[in-house]
Design a protein around this ligand. Structure first.
Ligand SMILES: [Zn+2]
Length: 260
């Protein structure tokens, strides 16, 4: 199996101490509906194959340990300041699976060598890096996360728990459901009125990339420090898994880590 090489954020490539990227599905061991590098264990795919995909992804990223979360479209943020905070929940390459999974939709750490992984198939993964404090975060933000402003909450956590300054934070927004495909027929029930400004005038299509950009901006992240990959998962099922395109599908991974 060829080592998958992740799509990276151009503006983060200038930091040599950082590992980051979004792994497309183009390599990997999964077959059929899950074809490629499916890292999602609760998708219906063979768990042993998913574990091999995870190990392949980690070794391709040059990592020997990573944190995969139990993502529930909530607002819990896992703060990992010491090995003990993630004890039992860390994946170690080819080794045994962890004994527990932390339930959270974002993780923040200053530990070197620990990959933070977010698994998505239309939702956004938003990676954050503060080069001054050497702190990273990875956020799962689907439409529920956007409504709950998990991005803003995560920046608040970086500020209060790690002393980060928003103006120094860099942000990257993964491929996800783009404005071309983010149709919300029931938006009047699901999306608060304050966010209707992101809807197309004549159709219930929303620009969640802009919502994230504005949520970052509202906390003080500079516009020039934000990069959106701008790839729509539903339009590009050759590269990514999309729940909107295929109900039975895998999850692709966005990862960020501080080098040891
Ligand atoms: Zn699209």
């Amino acid at each position: 199996m060829a080592a998958p090489s992740p799509l990276t954020f151009n503006h983060l490539n200038v930091f040599p101490g950082l590992v980051h990227g979004v792994f497309s599905r183009t390599e990997g061991y999964s077959k059929g509906s899950f074809l490629g590098l499916n890292v999602g264990l609760s998708t219906g795919d063979d768990p042993d194959i998913v574990k091999r995909n995870r190990a392949l992804m980690l070794s391709s990223a040059g990592l020997t340990q990573a944190l995969f979360l139990n993502q529930v479209h909530g607002t819990d943020i896992a703060v990992i300041k010491s090995e003990k905070d993630a004890a039992g929940a860390v994946w170690k390459g080819q080794g045994a699976s962890p004994s527990k999974i932390l339930k959270a939709d974002a993780a923040v750490t200053n530990l070197k060598g620990l990959g933070l992984v977010i698994q998505v198939a239309d939702c956004q993964a938003v990676v954050l890096y503060d080069p001054q404090k050497e702190v990273i975060a990875n956020i799962h933000s689907g439409w529920r996360g956007s409504v709950a402003d998990i991005i803003g909450r995560c920046i608040d956590t970086m500020v209060t728990q790690f002393g980060c300054t928003p103006a120094s934070i860099r942000a990257g927004i993964s491929p996800s459901l783009g404005p071309c495909c983010a149709q919300f027929i029931n938006y009047e029930q699901e999306i608060p009125k304050a966010m209707w400004q992101y809807k197309e005038e004549d159709r219930p299509y929303f620009d969640f990339w802009q919502i994230s950009r504005d949520q970052l901006g509202a906390r003080g992240v500079l516009d020039e420090h934000i990069e959106t990959m701008g790839l729509c998962t539903r339009c590009r099922t050759d590269l990514f898994y999309s729940f909107r395109a295929n109900k039975t599908t895998g999850r692709f991974a966005a990862v960020i880590a501080l080098k040891t």
